[in-house]
Design a protein around this ligand. Structure first.
Ligand code: GAR
Length: 264
């Protein structure tokens, strides 16, 4: 693939990143077209932005789906191709110290919601899926059904911190409260952990004593819009390759990491 890509987007909130991507496609800074926007809740404002731009939308209402599955039997709602053993073997989301029952409950509930997402997405073929403020962790059930070629990941996420610092749900807040003098944002491919996947790009900004959490968030968000579009364009140009790097550390142990290489 080298040219115009079909971009699917998932979001939970305001959708300012989605808007930046739509604008970049319209102005040809990104060789792509947004083909759907999906959300995990019906009141996500980003859905409205998509509709105003003629982009099809859908909702897989996580709250409702989870409640319904608990009312009836969870097992009856489980997708037919759900394989708990396989998911437990690959997941890096919850600690193995949690008992098996708890792990099973967590991944069953995820898979039920994710199957609803995948069902909606099936109507819109896409080359790249961007998480644009999608505030749900995606489990191996979902990831494996989108990333069908292990050498060519195609789910990107934007995170409001300089990973690997401050993963989780409040990147700018965590950065600010920690007293960091630099903040930033990161775009990475999704893997089986939370905000742990191979890094595609990062941008940073200074934080001074005049800053407030609001000013940090505003500055970060502005950089996110640029960074996300640049990373998507690299994908469209087929310039992103995964490589496994190994390093022998001073104590003799081996550090191995999947990294993204950007070709010229
Ligand atoms: C952005 O700051 C994005 O980095 C963050 O949510 C915000 C969404 O804004 N995402 C995460 O924290 C993912 N863990 P938007 O809806 O205006 O694009």
């Amino acid at each position: 693939m080298d040219g115009t890509i079909r971009i699917g987007a998932l979001l939970s909130g305001s959708g300012s990143n989605l808007q930046a991507i739509i604008d970049a496609c319209n102005s040809k800074r990104v060789d792509g077209k947004v083909v759907f926007a999906g959300a995990d809740k019906p009141d996500a404002y980003g859905l409205k932005r998509a509709q105003e731009n003629g982009i099809p939308t859908f909702v897989a209402d996580y709250k409702k789906i989870t409640a319904q599955a608990q009312d009836g039997s969870i097992d009856k709602s489980l997708p037919g191709d759900f394989d708990l053993e396989q998911i437990l073997a690959s997941q890096q989301l919850i600690s193995e110290s949690f008992d098996e029952e708890r792990q099973a409950r967590y991944f069953r509930a995820r898979a039920i919601c994710e199957a609803a997402l995948l069902k909606e997405m099936a109507s819109y073929p896409f080359d790249l899926l961007v998480l644009a403020g999608f505030m749900r962790v995606l489990s191996p059930y979902f990831i494996d059904r989108v990333n069908t070629n292990p050498k060519k990941p195609r789910i990107m996420n934007i995170h409001p911190a300089l990973l690997p610092a401050f993963p989780g749900v409040d990147g700018y807040g965590d950065t600010f409260r920690y007293g960091c003098k630099v903040g930033g944002c990161t775009v990475h491919f999704l893997d089986y952990g939370e905000d742990t996947g191979p890094i595609i790009g990062q941008k940073s900004f200074r934080i001074t004593s005049d800053d407030t959490l609001e000013s940090v968030k505003a500055r970060g968000l502005n950089l996110e819009w640029e960074l996300y579009c640049e990373c998507i364009q690299l994908f469209a140009q087929n310039r992103l390759k995964l490589a496994v790097k190994s390093w022998t550390l001073k104590n003799g142990s081996i550090f191995r990491r999947k990294v993204v290489q950007i070709s010229a």
